[in-house]
Design a binder for this molecule. Structure first.
Ligand code: SF4
Length: 109
């Protein structure tokens, strides 16, 4: 299952984390929702592969600990989404399609 690119329509923001939105539902620690808006990462799909952290030319992602999550206990958090230059590398390298980038979405500052 890939991230839902229509999450802005299909979900609601339930929280804020590191300056970006969190789109629910969230039921910690098993369900963590989607983090970010311009650069969105579905934490419930992310496997902590790390390719996005390695390949992003402007260091948008940072690891966050997510102990108790069934997929992985680390997630690639779009902590610096405002720096994104829309190269789409992260979208291309993610092995589980957990990332969606859309420069037209709110959240870009
Ligand atoms: S689209 Fe490019 S610049 Fe933006 S987060 Fe992904 S890898 Fe980084």
């Amino acid at each position: 299952m890939a991230i839902d690119p229509q999450f802005e329509t299909n979900r609601e923001t339930v929280d804020e984390h590191n300056g970006h939105a969190v789109w629910g539902p969230v039921e910690e620690p098993e369900k963590l929702g989607i983090h970010g808006t311009h650069v969105a990462v579905d934490f419930d799909i992310c496997l902590a592969d790390g390719a996005c952290l390695e390949d992003c030319p402007v260091d948008v992602f940072e690891w966050v600990d997510t102990p108790g999550h069934p997929e992985s206990e680390l997630k690639a958090d779009p902590a610096n989404e405002a720096q994104c230059i829309d190269c789409m590398l992260c979208v291309d390298v993610c092995p589980v399609d957990a990332i969606d980038v859309d420069p037209g979405r709110a959240g870009r500052t």
